[in-house]
Design a binder for this molecule. Structure first.
Ligand SMILES: Cc1ncc(COP(=O)(O)O)c(C=O)c1O
Length: 384
């Protein structure tokens, strides 16, 4: 039996329960470079680090992307913005949601956080707060071209731009829209690009200069060069997942590996029920491993009797129900197995690899949800 080492890293407290995520900053940096290689020099990158950098760890990921040359960091909230500011990262955060409650504006403006202005009313209130704080607010006007989440309808886009320009205390730094299906709906994406392009032309015709015009997420920047304008907003591709199946020009690498260890082993006869409700019964004498991960770590219960993990470089099935903190694996076929052996949930082991995409397919969701669903209690170990 191998001894379980007390795990320690520079960026996190020591952890004792053997379930963790490794974040490979070399891959992150290389992904940033690969994506940038598709862009002309005039196009900057807003790295989307919202939702704790898609579960990868907001501050360490942002540090790497900021050093790599990201022009902005796309976040969800004032909390994330202030965390970035406190960490000393100079790259400004842009909150991609509309500001609410408006009382958040005071702190946001004080800290130079870039704001999404998604209505005439929010422009007016933003101006009021900026006047109160005595500092200019940096605004990115949000235009709705068909996502129907937030933003002024494109038909009123110019009105919003004009209004923002009237406010002395607001600096109009950007104008943007968001696609509803850039990875899967070319017709509608082209319609959104065209509608947005028409608005941008109208803005220019009206003599308004906007430094950053942006709409492209990962799929769009790869598939539609005309969507790149002066800034692109990749998220998932930075973390190594390519949402466009035929993108051959760049090679992305998964940044995150999710690991655990075997904490218990037993040999059981045929017809032994395993885990809650005995949804799995052994068909032969079997070696059953219990590993220290469960649905409270974000390993979905729907992976019960469906998922696979890697042990000793081989795929082994998840058997019985995934429980809150532990999951059983059938390791019967393996030549050798010990308590303490590493279990890979996402990532490489030996010649084998399990991608987030594969895990997502097993539970009929997307890699976005798998990454974001890894619980806060799972320590992130940053490998630089
Ligand atoms: C407004 C906005 N821009 C860009 C992105 C990045 O998208 P992706 O991760 O598909 O590159 C997101 C992600 O949800 C978003 O909400």
């Amino acid at each position: 039996m191998r001894t379980l080492k007390r795990n320690q890293s520079k960026h996190s407290a020591p952890f004792y329960r053997p379930t963790w995520v490794e974040i490979h900053h070399g891959h992150l940096l290389e992904n940033f470079r690969q994506i940038s290689s598709l862009l002309s020099e005039k196009v900057s990158v807003l790295a989307v680090v919202k939702a704790n950098a898609y579960g990868h760890g907001l501050v360490p990921v942002s540090q790497t992307l900021s050093h790599a040359g990201a022009r902005f960091l796309g976040v969800t909230s004032l909390e994330e913005s202030l965390e970035l500011r406190r960490s000393g990262i100079k790259t400004p955060p842009l909150i991609l949601g509309n500001i609410f409650p408006f009382s958040n504006l005071e702190q946001a403006i004080r800290n130079g956080v870039r704001l999404t202005v998604a209505s005439l009313e929010s422009a007016r209130i933003c101006h009021q707060f900026a006047s109160k704080v005595g500092k200019k607010a940096y605004a990115h006007a949000k235009i709705d071209t068909g996502m129907n989440r937030i933003g002024v309808n494109v038909a009123h886009g110019l009105d919003l731009i004009r209004k923002i320009r009237e406010y002395r205390n607001i600096h109009l730094e950007g104008v943007y829209t968001h696609f509803s299906g850039s990875a899967e709906d070319p017709k509608f994406t082209k319609f959104q690009i065209q509608t947005f392009t028409d608005l941008v032309k109208e803005i220019v015709r009206n003599g308004v200069q906007v430094p950053y015009v942006h709409c492209a997420n990962s799929a769009a920047l790869m598939k539609y060069p005309e969507s790149r304008f002066s800034l692109v907003r990749p998220g998932i591709s930075l973390y190594g997942y390519c949402p466009v199946s035929r993108e051959k020009r760049i090679r992305l690498q998964e940044v995150l590996a999710w690991k655990s260890r075997i904490v218990f082993l037993k040999s059981v006869p045929a017809n032994t029920p395993i885990s809650y409700a005995g949804t799995f019964r052994t068909r032969r004498r079997s070696t059953i491993a219990t590993a220290a991960f469960g649905y409270a770590d974000g390993y979905r219960r729907s992976l019960s009797n469906k998922g696979q993990v890697l042990v000793r470089g081989k795929r082994v099935p998840v058997i019985g129900r995934v429980t809150m903190d532990m999951t059983m694996l059938d390791v019967t076929g393996l030549q050798e197995v010990n308590v303490g052996d590493e279990v890979v949930l996402i990532g490489k082991q030996g010649e084998e690899n399990i991608s987030a995409q594969e895990v997502a397919a097993w539970c009929q969701t997307s890699p976005y949800e798998i990454f974001c669903g890894i619980a806060a209690r799972v320590p992130r170990i940053h490998v630089r």
